[in-house]
Write a protein that binds this ligand. Sequence first.
Ligand code: TRP
Length: 334
Amino acid sequence: MDQKIVLTGIKPTGNPHLGNWVGAIRPAVELSRNPETKGFYFIADYHAMTGLKDAKELREYTYEVASTWIALGLDPSRVVFYRQSDVPEVFELSWILACFSPKGLMNRAHAYKAQVQKNQEAGEEDVDAGVNMGLYTYPILMAADILLMQSHWVPVGSDQQQHVEITRDLAQYFNRQYRKEVFTLPEALIDEAGAVIPGLDGRKMSKSYGNTIPIFAPPEQLRKLVFRIATDSSRPGEPKDPEASTIFQLYRLLATPKQTEALKAEYQNGIAWKDAKEALYTLLDQQLRGPRERYEALMANREELDRLFKEGAEEARAIASKTMHRVRRAIGIS
Ligand code: TRP
């Protein structure tokens, strides 16, 4: 049986929230358990560097995000779990791909374009103000991550779809130039559920809106946050529309179908908002208590995380060096 190579990069940024879990972590962990896949999951620390220059933060976030994924079910003995920065082949390939990358392709990348637009709107003289070359060539580094492991499937949020398209383009330019299928063409797997997870104020849950529920908030804080979820002014006893309720939307993402039906019935019977919130809090606490304990244990055991990174790096580099061998031969360097 030929396994599909599934690869995704996780940017180390602080305090992952419920939206990240349901939209990105949970589906990726599920996919990693599928025996028809071989998973490559890595911490994209060098990608984070385009914006993050504080050494302490980068180190801390790397441990945090690694502990989060493992605590939420990613099994490092089943997937290759590594740090991007431990695989120098990524940078070698990144340069080679840069030589296949039309400058105009980078001009059209969303993150760069967004910064240019921001500058224009602010009346900045230099439209490239605040753009470092890391940000500008970000999609090339990502293409190197993906192509190095010969990935078939790349589970990402819809904001990353364009980067996977760029990766396909670069792979095709390369394969065509050398008349050889050196690189597998990857496909993005977009989880649509992830796009619509509402936050405390009903808008999409996002760090930039400050409306998130952190996955590992201590129980008291978790409860406080749940009780802050915006509701309408309908009173206890008045029937409520579950579809229009953030509490219900969040509940449904975590509950069994049976639990969801039961809460729906209570909405029709006019459940009080405080009881609906209590139901959501109870469910969240049940589901997150175990992971929270595992998370804390991992964060207190950095040696174990370092050991896992080292193991992962060895596995990743074994595959990387195979790909690079083929690449170097194709381009005439060995
Ligand atoms: N750019 C991705 C993000 O911001 C992270 C990432 C880096 C990635 N390399 C990758 C995702 C390779 C998938 C495949 O979320």
